[in-house]
Design a protein around this ligand. Structure first.
Ligand SMILES: [Ca+2]
Length: 233
């Protein structure tokens, strides 16, 4: 996988620009990071958008606990969502929940971002990541289609109540499967931490569109409950 390619960098920049310009720096997702553990939190910062490097907020490798006020949040050991160096990562979704960070991330978190729609964390959207556990470059769509450069396919998050079909070729061609949220009644997001969980081991995702255009359906192997931090172990 060519992690540092110009093409994928360009996609990332474009997508980030799109997100920022749409929401004027605000989103439906809010995260608090605390210097200390929950019993003595100390100084803290409020985050409601992507933070590529917490050094810019003078909070790099400082957080020992967090509160998710609302949303779907992804936390990474390294800057730029582990795109230059892979490492520990964790995810959380829900509202009004606080917890100490686990050992692998305590005083280690260097970047954070949310997944799903900037407008509502339970709206229909598809987030596709280059690497397992939602690491590295990301592509996002809330509309009917998505065409991708050939660098994606390591993990994905399906939010809202819609099914999506992902393809290994552009223009909705080639091998394809349908992926689903965890619960479409309550809009529980579907977290697919690695390609084997959605039948894409050894493949890349080149296009995607809303709806289930095949009988080959992959549901999340685990229903990730709200109000719990999930880390790779
Ligand atoms: Ca770090």
């Amino acid at each position: 996988m060519n992690m540092g390619s110009f093409k994928s960098t360009k996609v990332l920049i474009f997508l980030n620009f799109l997100a920022f310009s749409l929401i004027h720096g605000q989103s439906d997702h809010t995260l608090h990071l605390y210097d200390g553990a929950m019993n003595s939190p100390g100084s803290w910062i409020i985050i409601n958008n992507y933070v590529d490097n917490l050094q810019n907020s003078a909070f790099n490798d400082l957080a020992s606990s967090f509160c998710v006020v609302r949303g779907i949040w992804l936390m990474y050991e390294n800057p730029s969502y582990n795109s230059n160096f892979l490492g520990a990562s964790a995810f959380y979704w829900g509202e009004n929940y606080c917890q100490d960070l686990p050992t692998g991330l305590n005083n280690q978190v260097s970047s954070v971002r949310y997944a799903g729609s900037p407008y509502s964390f339970q709206a229909d959207a598809l987030n596709v990541y280059q690497v397992e556990w939602f690491q590295s470059y990301e592509a996002f769509t809330a509309s009917d289609s998505l065409d991708l450069s050939p660098y994606y396919g390591g993990s994905l998050i399906v939010t809202g109540r819609s099914y999506w079909t992902i393809y290994d070729s552009p223009n909705y061609q080639g091998y394809h499967v349908c992926v689903t949220p965890a619960d479409i009644t309550y809009a529980y997001p579907g977290f697919f931490t690695q390609a084997s969980e959605f039948g894409f081991s050894g493949r890349v995702i080149r296009s995607a569109r809303r709806g289930c255009w095949t009988e080959k359906v992959f549901r999340p192997t685990m229903v990730m409950k709200p109000d719990q931090l999930y880390t790779r172990n």
